[in-house]
Each structure stands twice: as C-alpha cells, then as structure tokens.
Ligand binder design. Structure first.
Ligand code: NAP
Ligand code: SF4
Length: 672
C-alpha cells in the first residue's frame, strides 16, 4: 500500500475528478509577462506531468486597475485567450487540471490607478487608492466575472477567486480598509456583500460545472481584522453563492508577522482550516509551510482538510507527486522556504526560479539532457556548488568523483542548519546526500584532493568554497576572538558578544547567540508567542493584544558594520525584515558606521564619526566579515597547466550564497 493513501486519493469537484489531493498553489512567476507563452506552457505542463492534482495559475488581473503592477498579465483580449489556451492544452495533455486565479489587487496595486473600498493608502504601496463609487464597484464585479468566462473559453477547468492576503475583496471585509457607509460598508453583512456577489456572478459566468475556488482569509494578522464568526459567516455565504472549494489564505501582505518564511513552523496554520472544515459543506484546502508528502498526508489523515496546497514546493521539484506516488519521497528536492529565488525575485522584477532547482521557470532553456559523450568528471568540494555539479552531471550520464576533505557532504549548508529558524537546511543536505547515492557518483570524503588525484579526469570542477575573511583588526594577547564557524559549531562566547559584520552570516550568528531553548520553528505554540499570534476566535485578526512575547535573550549582542546605514539592508527582499525585527525583539543592538580599532581582553574598541575610540565591553568578538575564495587548489592546477572549471565561492566569494552557487553549478553541469 502507498505511504500516502489520503494524499493520493482522487477527489471530485464539479464534473471533474482530480487524480489526487495536492493543489499547486498560485505563484506569480513573471513568465506570462515575458510574452513567451511556450515557456509558460512548459512550466505548467512539467508540474502536471509531475503529478499535481490541480494547478492554480499565478494571479491574472481582471482589468487594468486591478493588476498588481502596470502591465500585469490578465485575460483582456482574444489574443490573451489564445495564449492561455496553449497553457491549458499543455496541462490537459499531461492528464492534469488547471484553474486560473483571478487577482484584483485593490489598494495593493503598484499603480496610480489603484482602486479600493475607501481611499486609505496601504503601508506597502506608495499609491493612495481611489475610492470606488457604485458604478465603479459594479465594473469591478463585472470585470472579474468576464475574466472567469474568458478563463473557461481558454480551456481552464475553472478559476480561483483571490479573496485573501489583503487584496481587493479582502479589503471590503474589514473596517481597517473599508470605511464606507453605503450598502458596501458598515455592518458585516454589507462588508461581505462584494466577495459574495462576486462569487455568485463568477459562478453564473462559468456555468455549474466549472471549479470555483474561493481563497478565504482565515486569519488576517492585521489590526481590526476579521473575527472567526465573520470568517465562518463569509465561508457559508460564499458556499451558498456557488463556490466549489474554499482555499486557505493566511495573513495580509502588510502583516508584521511572517507567514511563509523558513522560520515559520511547518503547517503552522493548518488548525484554522481544520476548524473551518466542519462548518461548511464543500471541500477545504489547507496551506502555508507544507513541504513534504508526509506532512500533507498527516493533515489529510487527521481530517484537517480535503486537499493540501503547496506552492513553492512545486518550484523546488516539478515531479513532487509523481515521486511521492512512486515511493521516492526522499528524491523530492525540498523547498526550504528561503524565498531567495522565488519571491525575492518577484519583488525585484526578476523572473521567478528556485534556489534548489534552477530549472524552475527555465524549463525551455536549461536542459539536463543526456550527454552526447559521457566523460569522467572530478568535482572538488561537496558544498552546494560541488554537490549540484555532481548530481546534474551524473544525471546526464557522466561518471563523477566528488572529493571533499570533510567526512560528510554539505559544506557551508552544515553551518546554516545550526541556526535556529533554519532547520529546513537539514532537509536540503539530506536531499543532496540521497541524490549523491547515484550509481555514477563516487564519493571520496575525508580526502583533500591533490593535482595528482585529478590529472586523469576529462573534466575537473573546483568548488572548494570560501574561507572566512580576516578583517585585520589588531588583537591583544588573551582576547577572545572567534570566527562564525566556531560559534555555529558551539564554541562558548560568554554573556556579552560583539559581532563584526552584519551580512547574512552576522545576522545568523546574532540569532544563534540570543537564542535559548527549543527553536520556535519547531514549536508552533512558542512561535505564536514570539510573534504575538493568537487566534481569530480569541482576538480580531488573530493578533494577541499583548503583542509579541519573545523569550529573553540568552546574551547581550552587538551587531556591527562599517557602512553608515541600517544593518540588514541587503538581506533578502522579502525576509530581511523578519531577521531585523526578530533581533530587535531580542534586544540586539545594531550599529552602522563603526571603525574597529582593536580587540583587547576588555572588549572591542571602536570609533564612530566625530567620537573618539570607545570600549564596547564584551567577552568575545565574533568575526563575520565576509569571505574570500578558497583557490589554493585552483591556483596549483593553474601553475601546472591543468585545465579546470572554477565555480561557487571558489570563483567569486563576494555576495556568494547557495542560490548563486547552485545555479552556476547546474548551468556548468548542463554543458559538460
Ligand atoms: P556579506 O553579506 O558579504 O557580509 C559581510 C559583512 O562583513 C558586511 O556586513 C560587511 O559590512 C562586513 N565586512 C566586509 N569586509 C570587512 C572587513 N574587511 N572588516 C570588517 N567588516 C567587513 O557576507 P556574509 O555575511 O559572510 O554572508 C555570505 C553570503 O551568504 C552573503 O551573500 C549572504 O547573503 C549569504 N547568506 C545569506 C543568508 C540569508 O539569510 N539569505 C544567510 C547567511 C548568509 P561593512 O563592510 O559595512 O563592515
Ligand atoms: Fe522554496 Fe527557496 Fe526555492 Fe523559493 S527559492 S521555491 S523558497 S527553495
């Protein structure tokens, strides 16, 4: 019997039977906006081939004013319909089902034309919205219904109406954004009129058989958000208006609580879907931080939901369900919820991809086709770059030997997984270890490769990574100076610590130093307390009135940098704020614009503009001052005239992260 009987069970919606209970949640990839619809079709077809039960497209604008940004993709013309038909035909040809998400951004639209129930600017957009009048509201409903009708014409199996995350329909539901006094505002019956009316009109436009998913916000995580009674009232009204399924939405985009980042516990919000399920007669879908078939199966088996939505996991591995069904779950490339190549790209105007899977959204351009001439490939360094090279090269038919002087694979990923809140890195290292068991890969661990080891290979790839940069601060005898590697491996620091360098690693080290006890990521109750999350049945919007209650910091930590700017400005676009808030909540003092004078047994002497040298009394100083490429072997090979490729940190250490290392590795291995 399969390990996932509930996840693999078919489910019927409208007149469609979906092959399993996995929903690929909506993601904006940016592919549609490239205008290359063969790429869009290839992206979704790969996920249908990989076994997704039902795919939801990225959000499509119903009209110009509702687009998330000017030029956002939608279904406006006959030509658009033809383009979308290429996608639906490709998915259906793979035996999949696909619905189109209709996303009206309301006041979240990054455009001066944005509209909303009331003229209240959102904190995450520079544009104040225009308050809609009665005619304007009718136009929005009509445009959404028209988009649904066009979706059916384009061959979609239905639509998902985006009613959560603080977008247009959600904005009508709460007084936070709806101050109207007409029939679209005021009491709850009036505030929910727009979403309910919209669903009824969408159902009428599509006919009775198409799938109509309504994404409902179960916990708003904003002041004056919905109560649980209101959520249930809305859910029932939406069901009566013709929805076939309710999908779960968690938190508005402007919420100051993380909802999908890697530090959020897995399935942290599934209890909300579980509570809604008995209240309605249609299936419910649970969502957020579900990234393995085991968790999905458990939620379904416990009755928390009828289907499980995973979005980013389908970027990390397009064959997620096919592998689960084949009993090969350990082969599923895990989404580590880092956002680095997906949401950070989206919000920087770049095409989405995936740190773990650089082929995501590059299906037509990056191919791992079998090599014309299998070769003997040596890879030195079993960090992210070296491991990815080995995996892709072997997949293409090359005979690979992977060397590392350490006794285990993983390189710097083994440090990342020690950081509280980064536990997902354990899964990433485990996945690489599984993939390295390929019959064409020989591991030579605990062995420092020499030029003599490498000469006989057809291709040599040097992925020896980085060494920590020594910032050259004078150190007095007896002063305690540690590297980040020491600290992440558990070295004792004392109670008061200065961290030199406030890059990604400085933040990680500071987080590790202030942390004590169980990681909140592994304890949902603790995590909720840390971030001030209660429940919508206890408090409006699910925000605890007492606010965040983080555990007291284990140490007094000073996080320093030379640049005269706010530390952490260059962290991930969508996650940097979480790291900054988390450290601030634990009293970490962040200081920019410092010059390091010397380190003594008393502490760190530093100066700031206009001030003399002052002592920061600390027990230890931890150096997180960036990295230098480790090119010792590469230089030796150069001197001997041995041709080789250099990738990852050994190539360029500046701004190196696993995303760039893995991407460079995959692209090189695709050409060997
Ligand atoms: P980094 O981001 O380049 O930061 C290095 C820090 O050291 C900077 O704050 C820099 O600030 C300081 N620094 C540089 N040269 C120095 C010198 N000579 N003396 C004193 N301070 C110096 O490097 P990292 O923190 O080692 O991280 C390495 C890579 O891993 C980065 O690309 C990072 O994004 C990635 N990473 C990412 C995450 C994540 O959460 N996404 C987590 C960990 C690591 P000043 O020059 O202003 O002093
Ligand atoms: Fe998941 Fe990170 Fe890949 Fe995004 S980039 S899909 S968060 S692993």
């Amino acid at each position: 019997m399969s390990s996932y009987p509930h996840l693999l069970a078919p489910i019927t919606m409208g007149n469609r039977t979906l092959r399993n209970r996995s929903l690929m949640g909506s993601m904006h990839t940016g592919l549609e906006e490239t205008g290359d619809w063969s790429r869009v079709a290839a992206f979704y077809a790969a996920r249908a081939r990989g076994g997704a039960g039902l795919i939801v497209t990225g959000g499509m604008a119903p009209n110009r004013e509702g687009g998330v940004f000017p030029g956002a993709a939608g279904l406006f013309t006959e030509n658009d319909i033809a383009n979308h038909r290429r996608v639906t035909e490709a998915v259906h040809a793979e035996g999949g089902h696909i619905v189109m998400q209709i996303l009206h951004a309301g006041r979240y639209a990054y455009s001066p034309d944005c509209v909303a129930p009331s003229a209240i600017k959102s904190p995450i957009s520079p544009f104040p919205p225009r308050e809609l009048d009665e005619t304007g509201i009718e136009k929005q409903i009509a445009d959404i219904a028209t988009a649904a009708a066009r979706a059916i014409q384009a061959g979609y199996d239905g639509v998902e109406v985006m009613g959560s995350e603080g977008y247009f329909l959600n904005q009508f539901l709460v007084t936070h954004t709806n101050r109207r006094t007409d029939r679209w505002g005021g009491d709850y019956a009036n505030r929910m009129r727009l979403p309910v009316e919209t669903v009824a009109r969408v159902r009428a436009a599509m006919g009775p058989d198409a799938i109509l998913i309504y994404r409902i916000s179960l916990i708003d995580l904003i002041p004056n958000g919905s109560t649980w009674d209101e959520v249930v009232t809305l859910a029932k009204a939406i069901e009566s208006a013709g929805a076939s399924v309710l999908n779960t939405g968690i938190g508005w985009h402007e919420a100051r609580v993380p909802t999908i980042a890697t530090s959020v516990p897995r399935a942290a919000f599934a209890d909300l879907t579980a509570r809604l399920r008995p209240m309605v007669g249609i299936p419910v879908i649970t969502s957020n931080r579900i990234n393995t078939p085991e968790i999905a199966e458990k939620l379904l088996a416990e009755g928390a939901a009828d289907m499980v939505s995973m979005a980013r996991p389908w970027l990390a591995d397009e064959a997620f369900m096919a592998k689960a069904a084949a009993g090969r779950a350990a082969d599923i490339a895990p989404c580590i919820a880092c956002n680095q190549a997906c949401l950070d790209h989206t919000f920087s105007g770049k095409l989405t991809s995936c740190l773990v899977n650089p082929r995501a959204c590059h299906e037509t351009e990056l191919s791992y086709a079998p090599a014309a001439r299998p070769r003997r490939v040596a890879v030195v360094g079993a960090g992210p770059a070296g491991m990815m090279t080995a995996v892709v090269a072997a997949q293409r038919g090359h005979q690979v030997t992977l060397f590392d002087k350490a006794a285990q694979v993983g390189g710097q990923l083994n440090l990342a997984k020690q950081v509280p809140g980064k536990e997902e890195f354990h899964g990433l290292v485990a996945w690489f270890a599984t993939m390295l068991q390929h019959p064409l890969i020989t591991l030579r661990l605990g062995h420092e490769a020499t030029p003599d080891d490498l000469r006989a290979f057809d291709e040599i790839v040097i992925a020896t990574g980085v060494v920590p940069r020594d910032p050259g601060i004078p150190v007095a005898p007896g002063a305690r100076v540690l590297s980040y590697i020491d600290v992440l491996q558990g070295a004792e620091t004392g109670r008061r610590v200065a961290v030199v360098g406030a890059g990604g690693i400085g933040f990680d080290v500071a987080e590790t130093l202030v942390h004590q006890g169980t990681s909140p990521t592994l304890d949902p109750q603790l995590w909720r307390q840390e971030w001030g999350v209660s429940t919508p049945w206890a408090d409006r919007g699910g925000l605890a009135p007492e606010g965040p209650r983080p555990h007291p910091p284990a140490r007094e930590v000073h996080l320093l940098q030379r640049k005269a700017e706010k530390p952490g400005r260059h962290l991930g676009k969508t996650t940097g704020w979480i790291h900054r808030v988390s450290l601030a909540m634990k009293g970490v003092r962040m200081l920019g614009g410092v010059t390091y004078d010397r380190i003594t047994t008393e502490g760190l002497w530093l100066s700031r503009p206009g001030e003399g040298s002052q002592l920061l009394p600390v027990d230890a100083v931890v150096l997180c001052a960036g990295q230098e490429p480790d090119r010792r072997l590469s230089d030796q090979l150069d001197r001997l005239g041995i041709r080789h490729h250099r990738i990852g940190g050994a190539d360029v250490a500046a701004e190196l992260d696993a995303k760039r290392a893995i991407d460079q590795a995959a692209r090189l291995a695709a050409t060997l």
